[in-house]
Design a protein around this ligand. Structure first.
Ligand SMILES: NC(=O)c1ccc[n+]([C@@H]2O[C@H](COP(=O)([O-])OP(=O)(O)OC[C@H]3O[C@@H](n4cnc5c(N)ncnc54)[C@H](O)[C@@H]3O)[C@@H](O)[C@H]2O)c1
Length: 299
């Protein structure tokens, strides 16, 4: 894959799974030469092919011209060598799995190979940006860039400021959001940032309401969908994300923030039962071929 277009310093995206490829697509579409780096060439090239197909679907729907698609693809470069990927970049965004040790390992290599003023960005959903910055000994350049799934479609970019993050780093994050057509919010590093903390507050309360017999699964979800225009109710969202994942974030928030995030007993029981939501076919809904059917998990 060739790399063309020299308007802006290139961006490297390290980790090209669900989120990384979407972030890379966004950056390339906005005019950035974008390197997609993964553990091997086949994975990185697979991500570029995934982007090519996704853009082709937009061309078929007349939402994008064939020339724009090609121009975006021309700005992408698949790569399995992190040193090559981060050469001359203005910003490197890691989007590898949510493990502190792995993120530190990747960001250390990025720090050592990228230009000394490059922004070191992490797409973590909840790991401490302050801790990442301290352990990298590059706190002024670290920034949380929390994108939402799927990155090309979701309008929000949550920028997370660690305790050492420089003002200039935040300003570059805000400029990036503008370039990518995203609306940014700036949040101080704290457990769950703003998005996970608010989402889990509603999600946990919805489960407690179900436990207390306040309303059915369907009616609790409808309360938020029709009363507050949420595209999806909190119980169905939990099923989609995975109830084990929701429980792990709640445990973290309970430890760090306090009692309001104590995981509901029903959630623990469902996870023990293996009812994890869509991925296991059963959660607050039964996930059938015809679509989700609300169920009472206690019956
Ligand atoms: N999935 C979501 O909805 C979502 C939403 C917001 C944020 N996040 C966060 O984004 C990050 C990535 O999540 P994902 O769902 O895209 O994960 P994923 O498992 O789909 O992709 C991770 C990618 O990283 C690659 N990788 C692993 N080790 C690597 C290494 N040493 N060097 C280079 N590449 C490596 C893997 O091969 C894989 O392609 C996580 O921190 C996650 O918490 C995920």
């Amino acid at each position: 894959m060739s790399e063309s277009g020299a308007r802006l310093a290139p961006i490297a995206v390290v980790g090209t799974g669900t989120m990384g490829r979407g972030i890379a697509q966004l950056c390339a579409a906005a005019g950035y030469r974008t390197r997609l780096c993964d553990v091997d060439m086949a994975t990185a090239e697979g991500a570029v092919e995934g982007i090519a197909s996704s853009l082709q679907r937009r061309v078929a729907k007349a939402k994008l011209s064939a020339a724009e698609r090609q121009a975006t693809l021309d700005r992408l470069m698949a790569c399995d060598d992190l040193t090559v990927a981060v050469a001359e970049v203005g910003i490197a965004i890691e989007s590898v799995p949510e493990r502190l040790d792995l993120k530190l390992q990747v960001l250390t290599k990025v720090r050592d190979a990228a230009p000394p003023d490059a922004i070191l960005a992490s797409n973590t959903s909840g790991l401490s940006i302050t801790e990442l910055g301290r352990r990298l000994d590059a706190g002024s350049r670290i920034l949380g860039t929390h994108f939402f799934n799927p990155p090309p479609a979701m309008p929000l970019l949550e920028l997370v400021r660690g305790m050492h993050t420089a003002k200039a780093t935040i300003e570059r994050g805000l400029a990036l959001a503008a370039e990518l057509g995203k609306t940014p919010i700036v949040v101080n590093d704290s457990p769950g940032f703003a998005t996970s903390r608010l989402g889990l507050a509603i999600g946990a309360e919805a489960i407690r309401m179900l436990e207390a017999g306040v309303a059915s699964v369907q009616d609790i979800d409808r309360a938020m969908e029709l009363g507050y225009r949420h595209p999806m109710g909190p119980l169905k969202l939990g099923d989609l994300v995975g109830l084990d994942v929701r429980l792990a974030i709640l445990e973290h928030l309970y430890r760090e923030v306090g009692d309001q995030f104590r995981p509901p007993t029903l959630l623990r029981q469902m996870v023990r039962a293996g009812w994890l939501g869509k991925k296991t076919g059963r959660g607050f809904y039964r996930w059938t071929d015809e679509g989700p059917v609300p169920t009472d998990p206690r019956s």
